[in-house]
Design a protein around this ligand. Structure first.
Ligand code: CP
Length: 339
């Protein structure tokens, strides 16, 4: 059965650690200029119905570094969901490509594509989850662990919206407690969801021994933080809400020097980016010596290389040199005789 990458929770803890380790190995190899062409000749279709800097660049560069090729496909430029059903697009792309990455604001489009594709489908961000960002964040955290701690016992405090709109927060709130770690949402009153929404996070606590809690006082929330994570204060398409959200989030829910002074001295700062500088995070924190923002953006490349290798390497056909020579001779003979 085709394995997809729609939700990091579809992967066991052991597999998550393997992906992080593979990403680190590929990063080391790439820094030495020795990245092996593990996906030689493979093609990735990248569908984006929203803008992207990190996801688009990292997947395209990842394929190039691994010896493959990526195609940027925009709705409006392909027939997906318009003159062709999602199923038919899935069937066709499965014959032409080796994997598909899709960013869509319609989660059912991502799931629908995966249901009918016979090649791996990667969720490059939906409304509910952003599993690629989440995996790469875990990789960044693994590279910057507080002294004496493992990923399984860190505390991440996510300051911002704790509702369905925060797809990175949602993804991290599921995986961290399952790894045994501690996830804290710090959101203003009125920016939390119904209890049902947090059921997967509570289940993850039972499975992995971590904890999940929702607090409203930022100073209290960051008291034991190893990582303080920030997210955008308002979303594209929600511009009518912008004034209200700024009123509700500022100044208390901005990650700035004053809030950082309430956290342990080693606390590190994260943001999935793009950030609205000076709103959810001050300039000083974004550029702080303990800011992981730029390492995190760089790790999108290596985490995504690991996902691509995990999903595609085993399925790639690799002919022996003898078979390659035979096929070359057959085709060249035919060309000489017929063209
Ligand atoms: N964090 C993230 O997914 O960034 P992009 O929207 O630039 O891809």
């Amino acid at each position: 059965m085709t394995r997809h990458f729609l939700d990091l929770m579809d992967y066991t803890n052991e597999e998550v650690y393997e992906l992080i380790e593979l990403g680190s190995m590929l990063k080391r190899a790439d820094k030495l200029g020795a990245c092996p062409p593990l996906l030689d000749g493979a093609s990735l279709g990248m569908i984006f119905d929203e803008p992207s800097t990190r996801t688009r660049i990292s997947f395209e560069v990842a394929m190039t570094k691994l010896g493959g090729h990526a195609l940027y496909l925009r709705p409006g430029e392909i027939h997906l969901g318009t003159s062709e059903t999602v199923k038919d697009t899935a069937l066709v792309m499965s014959r032409l490509l080796d994997a598909i990455e899709i960013r869509s604001c319609a989660d059912d489009e991502i799931v629908g594509l995966a249901a009918d594709a016979t090649i791996p489908v990667i969720n490059g961000m939906g409304t509910y989850l952003h599993p690629c960002q989440c995996l790469c964040d875990l990789m960044t955290m693994s590279e910057h662990l507080p002294e004496g701690k493992a990923l399984s016992d860190v505390t991440l405090v996510f300051v911002g919206d704790a509702t369905i709109y925060e797809n990175v927060g949602t993804a991290l709130s599921h995986i961290l407690p399952r790894l045994g770690a501690h996830f804290v949402y710090c959101a203003p009153e009125g920016y939390c969801a119904d209890d049902d929404f947090y059921a997967p996070a509570y289940r993850a606590c039972e499975e992995g021994g971590g904890t999940f809690e929702i607090l409203h006082d930022p100073r209290e929330a960051v008291r034991n933080a190893d990582y303080i994570y920030s997210s955008v204060m308002w979303y594209d398409g929600f511009d009518s809400d912008r004034e209200k959200r700024m009123h509700d989030f500022l100044p208390d829910y901005q990650i700035n020097e004053e809030l950082a002074s309430c956290a342990p001295d080693h606390a590190m700062f994260m943001h999935y980016l793009p950030a609205q500088r000076g709103y959810e995070m001050s300039d000083g924190i974004m550029d702080h010596e303990r800011s992981l923002l730029w390492d995190g953006a760089e790790n999108r490349l290596y985490g995504e290389m690991a996902i691509l290798v995990k999903l595609m390497y085993a399925a790639r056909k690799r002919a022996s040199e003898q078979v390659k020579d035979q096929q070359k001779a057959l085709i060249e003979t035919w060309i000489a005789e017929n063209l």
